[in-house]
Design a protein around this ligand. Sequence first.
Ligand SMILES: Nc1nc2c(ncn2[C@@H]2O[C@H](COP(=O)(O)OP(=O)(O)OP(=O)(O)O)[C@@H](O)[C@H]2O)c(=O)[nH]1
Ligand SMILES: [Mg+2]
Length: 326
Amino acid sequence: MPHKEQPDFQDLLARGQEGDRRAIGRMISRVEASGVADHVMMQQLWAHIGRARVVGITGPPGAGKSTMTDRMVKYWRKKDYRVGVIAVDPSSPFTGGAILGDRVRMNDLALDTGVYIRSMSTRGQLGGLSLACSGAVSVLDACGYDPILIETVGVGQSEVAVMNVADLVLVVSVPGLGDDIQAIKAGILEIGDVFAVNKADLPGADRTARELHIMLSMNPELSADLPPILMLSAEQNKGVEELCESVEERFSLMQNSQELIMRRNRRLEKELMAYIQNRLYKQVLSPALANDSFESNVEAFRTNKRNPYTWAENILKQIQIEGSTP
Ligand SMILES: Nc1nc2c(ncn2[C@@H]2O[C@H](COP(=O)(O)OP(=O)(O)OP(=O)(O)O)[C@@H](O)[C@H]2O)c(=O)[nH]1
Ligand SMILES: [Mg+2]
């Protein structure tokens, strides 16, 4: 069945591919607003995506992720790539100033038409932050942006989950984190493909890099192929080139070994499963639960007037009946 938004979308896409930021912004907003990814749009995007290299950048608050992102964007701009940036702003009050900081820092980038920067909030993403982020990546990919950098603080679960959207994850550490490397969540260490010790202009960077090396060596799954650890000072623009080259090299390796394809397949499967679950919940399960909710039965369960497992079976029965109706 033709969708009424179809011609509108083709027009937006064509304009987005020319670098029209308003058109790109509108497409991303549509992905974000729909809660579950806008399936008509995702269907139309599918034929246009798969070229962009998606780099996730994560690390503790204040590690210099935005400063690094800014430098890395400039490196790829010099090579004439059109670069996309998705900055996932942490909603925590402690880092609430990040958006403004990012804006100020990336001001000169904002004037460059070869760069598209989008802030995305952890709040208000009905279908989940990862889904919204993945939709935004697809839009940018379809519009010809490559690489696409996603910056997020490695604190909350949803922020870390965003890294699933990336092909490659860059984990940023800095000297003097108190408990040093321990301050980086173990979960983040495991997802890193390239490690950066930023603020190498400050004392203690060597030690941080050494500790990182030891921690990574202890992981038996990695011991044969330790991810690279690079030191840099984003602020002084030292070591940024080497870092970007290392990221590019990693991408070539992943391309040659089919690792990239495997990761993308896994990601697609996860995304589609999340999408199906969302739709199932929204269209099938929530109407059934609205008629006969858990809450409305709590008292009956407690007083043995109704059995909770019978209730659950009853919900399932309703779904089957409703689900099989054409
Ligand atoms: N000394 C030093 N300071 C740096 C370096 N890179 C960034 N900074 C400073 O560290 C502070 C935080 O930098 P950001 O780039 O905002 O860090 P962030 O990781 O994006 O921060 P959040 O998004 O709030 O988590 C700023 O004051 C930067 O100027 C560096 O290489 N050396
Ligand atoms: Mg930042």
